[in-house]
Design a protein around this ligand. Structure first.
Ligand SMILES: C[S@@+](CC[C@H](N)C(=O)[O-])C[C@H]1O[C@@H](n2cnc3c(N)ncnc32)[C@H](O)[C@@H]1O
Length: 355
């Protein structure tokens, strides 16, 4: 069975940067490879410029910028680190306080400190630390969010789900409304929705304390902290469900829950297996543990017939969810539709209350 990240094969996503010089997201992977790649036409390849390196003893020595990138790219490639070239580009750009290497001012002094920092960061990549954790940030749509190991790095399908939720919001845009996100992670999904719907409030829950703190940090980055309440809780605990229902009912419930099966957990790339929170990925033997809990509790959380439950799930799970809902009329849910992701595979489930 293919894992979460098989979906991303050979996909290139062009970021809508204002200047057109975009960060491209290139998903080349078998399992779990995700990386950013620079624009080929305008990327670092066009740089042959040299940097002056100042050190304490000599006047200055000149080091080729492209040589620096090349040396680390070769080292990473020899060690079979995926997406070596774009990893190095992102790291070098980050060392200069930029997102993309072509944004670096070529006249900038390449200090010993910067060189050391690049070496340290590339050495981390050599250990297969995801580049997102190394540089400590990543983009979700147009929002640059802080990333903190081991909180799950948001994936591009979730950007799609975020757009769909906003597009299919069940209330008039100017109406107030509240939504609940189960498993907020970095806060990406909730914060994007809040940024697009200014009259909406959000309750976000996560069982990981680091995720809760990170969501709040990211909310503050975008001045959204007054419209989001983050609850540290486990939805398998009745106490958490009671707290969530006290804050409800909600017009929308959204979740990108852990949904990988135990078999899929055995096939993860090193970056994912070694550094991302397994509690954010593993949904039990068949991947459906948390999904079932959400389905069972939805009728206590969502408001009425117009309210919507959105789930991002694994490849074979929409059909299973449809059957679960049919077999459990007490959940009071109607399965409305499955929406495909950018690889044309059904990944997003829309459900509504029957009552
Ligand atoms: C797949 S990640 C999604 C993170 C984020 N929403 C995103 O889309 O990038 C799933 C999140 O659910 C949280 N989680 C897992 N089990 C949970 C539970 N029983 N109760 C609450 N949150 C849970 C994890 O800590 C993780 O942050």
């Amino acid at each position: 069975m293919s894992c979460l990240f098989n979906l991303l094969r050979n996909y290139v996503y062009r970021r809508s940067a204002a200047d057109g010089l975009c960060r491209k997201y290139m998903y080349t992977a078998t399992c779990g490879r995700y990386c950013t790649s620079l624009s080929i036409e305008k990327g670092y390849r066009s740089f042959s410029t040299s940097f002056h390196v100042h050190n304490r003893t000599s006047h200055s020595k000149v080091i080729s910028f492209s040589r620096l990138i090349q040396t680390w790219t070769e080292r990473l490639s020899r060690a079979d680190v995926p997406e070596a070239e774009c990893s190095v580009n992102l790291i070098v750009a980050h060392a200069f306080g930029k997102k993309m290497v072509h944004e670096v001012d070529m006249k900038t002094v390449l200090s010993e400190q910067i060189l050391r920092s690049i070496d340290e960061m590339c050495s981390e990549r050599l250990k297969r630390v995801p580049v997102q954790y190394i540089i400590g940030e990543w983009d979700f749509h147009d929002m640059t969010l802080e990333m903190r190991q081991p909180v799950l790095i948001p994936r591009p399908e979730t950007e799609e789900l975020a757009s769909i939720i906003v597009d299919e919001w069940p209330l008039e845009r100017e109406q107030e409304g509240t939504f609940l996100e189960i498993g907020c992670g970095t806060g990406a999904l909730s914060l994007y929705i809040l940024s697009k719907l200014p009259n909406v409030q959000c309750i976000a829950v996560d069982k990981s304390e680091t995720a809760c703190t990170l969501t709040l940090t990211n909310a503050s980055r975008f001045n959204l902290q007054d419209r989001i309440q983050v609850i540290h809780g486990d939805i398998f605990k009745d106490q958490t469900i009671s707290e969530l229902s006290c804050n409800g009912p909600y017009n929308v419930l959204v979740s990108n829950p852990p949904y990988l099966t135990s078999d899929e957990m055995d096939t993860l790339e090193k970056e994912v297996a070694g550094y991302e929170d397994h509690g954010a990925l593993h949904g039990g033997t068949d991947g459906l543990d948390i999904i079932c809990r959400i389905l069972a509790e939805s009728c206590n959380l969502i408001k009425d017939k117009q309210s919507v439950l959105w789930l991002e799930v694994g490849l074979e799970q929409p059909e299973k969810i449809k059957k679960i809902v049919e077999l459990h009329p007490e959940f009071m849910l109607s399965y409305i539709k499955t929406i495909q992701d950018f690889t044309q595979r059904g990944r997003f489930c829309k459900l509504q209350l029957k009552k």
